[in-house]
Design a protein around this ligand. Structure first.
Ligand code: ADP
Ligand code: GN1
Ligand code: MG
Length: 375
């Protein structure tokens, strides 16, 4: 509790927030940043804010991350205004500037903090339980990509260079494996074998980008389900959050993350692998929602690789989780020993389930494209 009071006293006061602080608490289930929520009394009106300490081990240039986020949120806000959409401060993150005008503030230890308006009356999902939910999640990321398709100006900073570069991720994995600093490789032999056997196929997306078969686009790069806020009342998607990794990439990195998380019948932390499977009905609705927003701007090769993108991003996550396990769990937040190993097993189980229904999944995409008259 003392730490949270310190947060109010030291960090929140550096931002343009009026009134008196009443409460602060740790918040959210992200694996990377530390997120807090504070409540203020502003002349009798209670207002809440989100404060995040940016993980500097992961984002080594936090100023560049914030530069990207300022541009991206500003662009989306402008689009929403032009389209005359209502409820705009719940449809895009609003950055609260620091008292010196910057979009971040530093604490006494040099830590980097940002503050957003807290989006009230919304929640994120850890598991999709109906095709209707899958539909709105797909729509939300399609719309996000569409909103950013015409962002002008210089190229966004690469907040994590080569974030989804499979070859480089394999290199790190093999380095961790050869060191085996925590003597853990013996526990995960089957997973190591699976990942090694799938290395070549894993390069499909990166090679398609390199060969110019798919266009570079601004994408979210962490478009998993729990980074989308849903309105508590109308149950429509409101806001895409966690914008640190918004940078140039391919639309397929985002569809991949959606396909990795939305059609899965278990959370990525589920230890009971028998519960992990790939749901075709959820997949169908997810793709229907996504294509309803993206069909005009997607290229033919992006459409062809939709199912592959799901396999690909699930593979890269399994690989990164297993690498982190071999390296002693220094990257992802964990709450228990073995969690990264369980996460990797979970992702591999999902790939196997998708593989066993591959043809049906491809047929679903083809029929949706035909329905929409998409070439
Ligand atoms: P991480 O990078 O650690 O995943 P996120 O930016 O995703 O951090 O934030 C963690 C969680 O906090 C999100 O999944 C979301 O549920 C919640 N959250 C983040 N920003 C806001 C906001 N402005 N309003 C309401 N909830 C938020
Ligand atoms: C991390 O920050 P969070 O929890 O939304 C990670 C993603 C992984 C995800 C796995 C910057 O996302 O790449 O997909 O965990 N983000 C970063 O759940 O590494
Ligand atoms: Mg997140």
């Amino acid at each position: 509790m003392l730490y949270v009071m310190d947060l109010i006293n030291e960090v929140a006061r550096k931002f343009c927030i009026y009134g008196e602080p009443e409460k602060a608490e740790k918040f959210g289930t992200g694996h990377i940043n530390n997120t807090f929520r504070s409540l203020w009394n502003q002349a009798g009106t209670p207002v809440r804010y989100t404060h995040q300490r940016i993980n500097e081990k992961v984002f080594i240039h936090p100023g560049e991350v914030m530069d990207n986020i300022v541009r991206v949120t500003g662009h989306i806000a402008k689009k929403l205004a032009e389209a005359g959409e209502n409820d705009r401060s719940r449809r895009v993150l609003s950055i609260v500037p620091a008292r010196d005008g910057k979009p971040y503030a530093r604490d006494s230890e040099g830590g980097w903090w940002r503050t957003y308006l807290f989006i009230e009356g919304a929640h994120s999902l850890e598991l999709a339980s109906s095709p209707g939910e899958a539909l709105i999640l797909g729509k939300s990321i399609g719309k996000f990509q569409k909103q950013l398709a015409d962002l002008g100006g210089k190229r966004l900073h690469e907040s994590i260079p080569d974030f989804h570069h499979m070859g480089k991720r394999y290199k790190k994995f093999y380095e961790a494996l050869s060191k085996d600093a925590f003597n853990r490789a013996k526990e995960v032999k089957a997973e190591i074998d699976f990942l090694a056997a799938n290395e070549e196929r894993g390069s499909i997306l990166i090679n398609a980008m390199k060969d110019g078969k798919i266009s570079e686009r601004i994408c979210h790069n962490d478009a998993k389900m729990n980074n989308i806020l849903i309105d508590d009342v109308d149950l429509e998607a409101r806001c895409v959050v966690d914008l640190d990794t918004v940078m140039p990439g391919t639309s397929l990195f985002d569809t991949g993350d959606l396909i990795r998380t939305v059609p899965s019948t278990a959370k990525e932390d589920e230890r009971d692998i028998s519960k992990v499977s790939f749901s075709l009905p959820l997949f169908k609705s997810l793709m229907e929602g996504y294509l309803s927003e993206s069909k005009e701007f997607l290229g033919v090769n992006e459409k062809k690789l939709l199912v592959e993108s799901g396999r690909n991003i699930t593979q890269i996550m399994g690989l990164r989780m297993l690498t982190d396990y071999l390296e002693g769990d220094h990257y992802y937040h964990t709450e228990r020993p073995g969690q990264n190993m369980d996460r990797a097993r979970n992702q591999i189980a999902l790939i196997k389930s998708l593989d066993s229904q591959w043809e049906e999944a491809e047929k679903i995409v083809l029929s949706l494209l035909a329905l929409n008259n998409i070439p």
